[in-house]
Structures are given as C-alpha cells and as structure tokens.
Design a protein around this ligand. Structure first.
Ligand code: PLP
Length: 404
C-alpha cells in the first residue's frame, strides 16, 4: 500500500542519498513536503481496522508511522545497506529501543568499556535495575570479548571508532563471536556514518545511529535510528515503538532526510580537515597525544582504513601537556578559541570543541573514565567545514600559550 521508489540495479549510494524515499504526493513536489499530522484519515471503519491490525500497510498514527519518518528510514537504510530502518527521537532513544526489543531479565550483554557515557549508564544502571546483566570489555582486545560470552549472552554492542578516544574494533571478529554464541552484534556507527563505514558489510546485525550528529550534520535536531533486516525491525522493534513511543518527530525526520542528501560530501570534506589538523597537532610541542584513526600512529590504523573506506573521519581528540593540572591546561586551550563552538556535539558543519571528562563523560566515575581512557587533559574536536587554517589558528592560540 505504501509505494516504493524503484531504481535500476547498481544505482550508486550518492544517488540513493538524494533520491530514495517516498514517491511525491499528488501535488508533485520536488523537495519532500513536511507531514505535520499526528494521525491519518481512513476511507471507512473497516479499512481503519485492517490498518490498525497491520493487515494493510498504511500511515496510521505518527507515534509509529509517518511519511517523513519513512522517507528518512528508507534513505538511511539504503546508505547502510540494510533492508530496514526505524527512526527514533534520539540516538539514546535508538539504544533504548534496541535494548527493550532484544533483552529481558536474566539476559547478558557484552559492551565495550569505551562506548558513549550515556550508553554505559543506560545499560549498567537502568537495565541493570531490570535484571539485565552486562560485562564491559576492552574495545580492541578480541579475546576479552570471547571470554566474556556466557550461555545467556544475547547481544554484543560496540561503537567504532569510539567517542572520544577513536579506538577502533574489529567488526568482523566481533560478529563471528556473536554469531557463534547465537547472539547479535550491534554497532554504533555515529562517528563514521554510512558515508565512511557500513558495519553490516563486516557482519554486524544492527547499526545504531544518532541522527543528531553527521546525519543531520548542521546541529539542528535530535534524532536516532536502528538499521537492520526488515524482518528483525518488524518483529522486535516496531511493536516496542508502538507501545513505548520514542518516536522521531516528522519535522526532525525531514531535517535528517535532507541532511542525508549532503552526508557524503560533508563527511569527506570534514575528514580532510580533521586529518590535516590531527597531523599538525601531533607535531605540536604542547600536545601529548593525538587520537585519530587516519594517523599512521593510531594503534588500529590499518584496521580503521579497511573498515572506513580509507578515511579517518571528522572527529579527533588530543591530550594537552598539562603537568599536574591537566584540566586547567585543557580549559585554557578551549577558552582561548574564538571560532570553535564550546559545546558537546560533533558532526556539525561548525567545529565544536569539548572537554569530555567534565561534559559528555562527566556522569561516569573517575574509574569508569579511566577505563574508557578519558583523562582531564583530553579535548575532543568535531571538525567542521571552516577553512582548516582558521581552525588551526584557533587552536594554536591556546596551545602556544601552554608551551611558552
Ligand atoms: C551522541 C551519541 C549518542 C547519543 O545520541 P543522542 O542523539 O545525543 O541521543 C550515542 N552514541 C554516540 C557515539 C554518540 O556520539
């Protein structure tokens, strides 16, 4: 009932990014209209009944079905190479939906120690409260993941590269461990986006997104999504969405769908800027260490290049040399910027500078932070589309103050 667009076999991702979605309405609009409607009208009561019972595919109620959300879902699924996708209110909403759909009390999850702070909180705190067991392991040590498998392990969850330390995990190796254990592998693909990395190509079952980052790409909305086989989405996630309502709003879906049209060019251009800055920072006397998968010095450089289409991505972090008071040194560098936005986001066309230890990862204990490799001297930069010389000058103002 809900029509699909069709494309010749072999249509490229760049084309699908701007063309996949829904056919236009009877008015023939070229740019997608925004369907700000909470419900949809049916021709008669019997049709309404069939649609509510899922016997007929149609838009029903925007908590779980809306044209703008469908457009975003189809476009993102095309880019990730999955048959299905479900949009959510935020990236955390997507992880919540995934855990609710797949787990029950007594189940076990293996998760990297270096994932997004809120992910650790949600799994260990909220789902721990409901009896879901979790083990946190090293991002890069495959043997630790394997050793953590238990008979009740249902899900392996990794983020690659991680935010903010840019550690890369071997997706194929983790997929093999998951499948041998009869579990699923989910990958948080926020840092790369499908423009660089498609985790299902390496055996991942579920790809999780925060649409808030590169997918929107201009820092406007919160959004999220899970990409997977359509059968898995329909069986495990759509029913939870219907009852729990972590729904993506039609307007935000429209923003993200438009963002996806320029995803490829933005991420490539921002990644070029990021690599140039990472190389410059690595040679800076006030910098202790730089974290970026595109650097030859990155511990998993070769693996990253294989998984990420040869591109390091547009997020980097670095430790400033601070001696005893690393936090003070990091704050000085951040406060000396005039161009970069001091905020806690990335994936924006505007460069964003962040002190992870006191913001995104501020709710973790010091021990959890250390386990995740996040020191007080660490600064994260979500590199934008400004001229790279201007970003460099912005960082150098504070950094050269430190090295004097
Ligand atoms: C931002 C982020 C999330 C959470 O997404 P929200 O849209 O902010 O809820 C999850 N994982 C990673 C890696 C992120 O950077």
């Amino acid at each position: 009932m809900i029509p699909k667009k069709s494309f010749p076999p072999g249509t490229h991702l760049d084309t699908l990014a701007v063309r996949e979605g829904l056919p236009p309405s009877p008015w023939g609009e070229n740019s997608e209209a925004i369907f700000l409607t909470s419900c949809f009208v049916h021709p008669d009561a019997a049709t309404a009944a069939r649609r509510f019972a899922n016997e007929e595919d149609a838009f029903v109620y925007s908590r779980f079905s809306n044209p703008n959300v469908t457009i975003m879902e189809r476009r993102l699924a095309a880019l990730e190479g999955t048959s299905g996708c479900i949009g959510t209110s935020s990236g955390m909403g997507a992880i919540l939906l995934m855990f609710m759909g797949l787990l029950k009390a007594g189940d076990h999850v293996i998760c990297s120690r270096s994932v997004f702070g809120a992910t650790i909180k949600l799994l260990q705190g909220e789902f721990g409260k409901f009896g879901v067991e979790s083990t946190f392991v090293s991002q890069t040590d495959v043997a630790e993941w394997k050793d953590a498998v238990r008979p009740n392990t249902k899900l392996l969850f990794a983020e690659t590269p991680t935010n903010p330390t840019c550690e890369v995990c071997d997706i194929q190796a983790l997929a093999d461990i998951a499948h041998e254990a009869g579990a699923l592998l989910a990958v948080d693909n926020c840092l790369c986006s499908p423009a660089l990395q498609q985790p299902v190509k390496f055996g991942a079952d579920i790809v999780m997104h925060s649409g808030t980052k590169f997918l929107d790409g201009q820092g406007r909305v919160n959004a999220g999504a899970l990409c997977a086989d359509e059968a898995l989405i329909n069986e495990k996630f759509v029913p939870v969405m219907r009852s729990a309502g972590m729904s993506l709003s039609p307007f935000n879906a429209w923003v993200v769908a438009k963002g996806l049209e320029t995803l490829g060019v933005r991420v490539m251009a921002q990644s070029v800027n990021a690599l140039a800055l990472a190389q410059w920072l690595e040679a800076h006397p006030a910098v202790e260490r730089v974290y970026h998968p595109g650097l030859a010095s990155h511990p998993q450089h070769e693996l990253a290049m294989r998984q990420q289409n040869g591109v390091g991505g547009a997020v980097l972090s670095f430790d400033v040399k601070g001696g005893l008071d690393a936090r003070k040194a990091a704050f000085a560098v951040i406060d000396a910027t005039r161009l970069c936005s001091i905020a806690a986001n990335f994936g924006d066309v505007r460069s964003i500078i962040t002190h992870p230890a006191s913001t995104t990862h501020g709710r973790l204990t010091e021990a959890q932070r250390q386990a995740a490799g996040i020191g007080q001297g660490m600064i994260r930069l979500g590199v934008g589309l400004e001229h790279v010389d201007d970003i460099r000058a912005d960082l150098d103002r504070g950094l050269s103050g430190l090295s004097r």
